[in-house]
Design a protein. Structure first.
Length: 229
């Protein structure tokens, strides 16, 4: 089975604490795992039965995901996972490029020695993943963790909030990018992140900002090529 085959196992049951938030977390995980591909419907009754919670908890959970931009609701269509269209890609990656440039240049002056070391550790983990089975899903998890850490190092709460407002959409779009063009992603992921980690230690703010933007543009072009081969 490939990395992005839809799993056959049922969804795990939610616990009894924070049911709406946990329902959102479990549905998000299922979307990222490919159980609900882009554009697919999310039916409250079926989700409630699978998760072992009320429809109200599922409805609230879906509202959380809608605020993240991961799902869309319409009165005549119900709730669906967002599609990955050319317009969506252009909009999301334009926002990400602006945020990533600011995050990188802010982290350049604020990152601690421990945070810089952790970035190196994540890059090394990516390299080791590629040296083994090279799971696209695991590589992406390391990739997103790398950027999470840069946003944390930037030490700007509003910037971090802006990142988390689009993070789920970026995660889904990157999964789609990998599914459509894994070799493009695999060939670049280590070198691009190693370069960013190195530039964060330098005093070259201009080059860091440029390369952070180019890193996002590479992802955008890779996804668009996969959508329109």
């Amino acid at each position: 089975m490939s990395t992005f085959d839809m799993p056959s196992a049922p969804l795990p049951k939610a616990s009894r604490r924070g049911l709406a938030q946990e329902a959102a977390d479990l549905i998000r995980e299922a979307i990222f795992a490919g159980h609900f591909p882009p554009g697919s419907p999310l039916r409250e009754v079926e989700l409630a039965a699978s998760l072992g919670v009320s429809r109200g908890s599922v409805r609230e959970g879906l509202a959380f995901l809608e605020r993240e931009g991961l799902v869309r609701s319409a009165w005549h269509r119900g709730t669906t996972v967002i599609d990955v269209t050319e317009r969506d890609v252009e909009e999301v990656y334009a926002v990400r490029a602006a945020l990533d440039r600011l995050a990188a240049t802010s982290a350049q002056g604020n990152a601690t020695a421990d945070q810089l070391t952790e970035l190196d550790t994540l890059v090394q983990a990516m390299a080791e993943e590629i040296g083994g089975e090279a799971s696209g899903a695991r590589l992406l998890a390391l990739d997103i963790a790398f950027h999470d850490l840069i946003y944390a190092a930037a030490n700007n709460r509003r910037l971090d909030a802006a990142w988390h407002a689009v993070r789920s959409q970026i995660y889904l779009f990157q999964l789609r990018r990998i599914a459509l063009g894994y070799e493009h992603y695999r060939a670049r992921v280590v070198d691009e992140h190693h370069e960013l980690a190195t530039l964060l230690r330098s005093g070259d703010r201009e080059t860091l900002a440029r390369r952070a933007g180019e890193h996002v543009d590479s992802a955008r072009r890779g996804l668009l090529t996969g959508l329109h081969p």
